[in-house]
Write a protein that binds this ligand. Structure first.
Ligand code: ADP
Length: 258
């Protein structure tokens, strides 16, 4: 652990939670939430006790990705996270209507996040995966400061634009002393289901090159594949739906590295 981390205000350890890893991206739509959920399930398949906190307060996607429609119970003054596929899940989306956009100001974002970390009965967890809101604005910066993160992984597509945003994300974590565990290239090579030929729709290798240049580990590339999208939409992430597939293996390999 980096020296002085516990000196930050409010970033005291969450009792019972050993490690917190943030999954972040420079911009939306690059597959951050898909990666977060499959990473959490990949960690669980390694035998760890895993929690998944959907902190993407502006567009929480865990209710959909995990097909959760019930609301969490409240016992005493503690919220009980929902258990799905062997992991404990909490999402702002459980507490709000799907088609009701949230316009929250900074202080509300912070207090919502504090409640989701500290007033939820997480029990004992080996690892909590924190799905961050996309981008590098105030909300993200506050989260990176207020939650006792062990490290962050950055998801990017191979495209230059997404990479430029990802670099901003790297810098943000560096500024608040959170170590970068590495970069993941999502929507990498596409293999045509008809002819079997690979196409690099969004380019290829950009994240790996970038990671090398920036001196952070490259954790792996996840292909652009229909089954990943279909299972996401169905609420059955590919790591559980097609546990033996090569795609599930990509996520498990990344889980082994973080
Ligand atoms: P973000 O959290 O970055 O906004 P999402 O995880 O919601 O992105 O992903 C955006 C869309 O892309 C979703 O429809 C998701 O199913 C799809 N998607 C993400 N990763 C992949 C992939 N590797 N292959 C195919 N579709 C993907």
């Amino acid at each position: 652990e980096a020296p002085g981390r516990d000196m930050r205000p409010h970033s005291a350890k969450i009792p019972g939670v050993k490690t917190i890893i943030a999954v972040a991206s420079g911009k939306g739509g690059v597959g951050k939430s898909t990666t977060a959920v499959n990473l959490a399930l990949g960690l669980r398949s390694l035998g760890l006790k895993v929690g998944l906190l959907d902190a993407d307060i502006y567009g929480p996607s865990m209710p959909r990705l995990l097909d959760i429609t019930e609301r969490p119970e409240i016992v005493g003054d503690r919220v009980i996270p929902i258990e799905k596929y062997g992991i404990k899940v909490m999402s702002m989306g459980f507490l709000m209507q799907e088609d009701n956009p949230v316009i929250w100001r900074g202080p509300m974002v912070v207090s919502a996040l504090m409640q989701m970390t500290r007033e939820v009965d997480w029990g004992t967890l080996d690892v909590m995966v924190l799905d961050m809101p996309p981008g590098t604005g105030d909300a993200q910066l506050t989260m990176a400061q207020q939650v006792p993160l062990q490290g962050a992984v950055i998801v990017s597509t191979p495209q230059d634009l997404a990479l430029i945003d990802a670099r901003k994300g790297l810098k943000m974590f560096k500024n608040v002393d959170v170590p970068i565990f590495g970069m993941i290239e999502n929507m990498s090579t596409f293999i045509c289901p008809h002819c079997g030929k690979p196409s690099d729709i969004f380019g290829h290798g950009g994240a790996e090159e970038d990671a090398r240049r920036l001196g952070v580990p490259f954790l792996g590339a996840i292909p652009l594949h229909m089954a990943i999208r279909e299972n996401s939409d169905a609420g059955t992430p590919i790591v559980v739906a097609e546990a033996d597939s090569i795609h599930a293996k990509y996520y498990r390999d990344i889980a082994l590295k973080v």
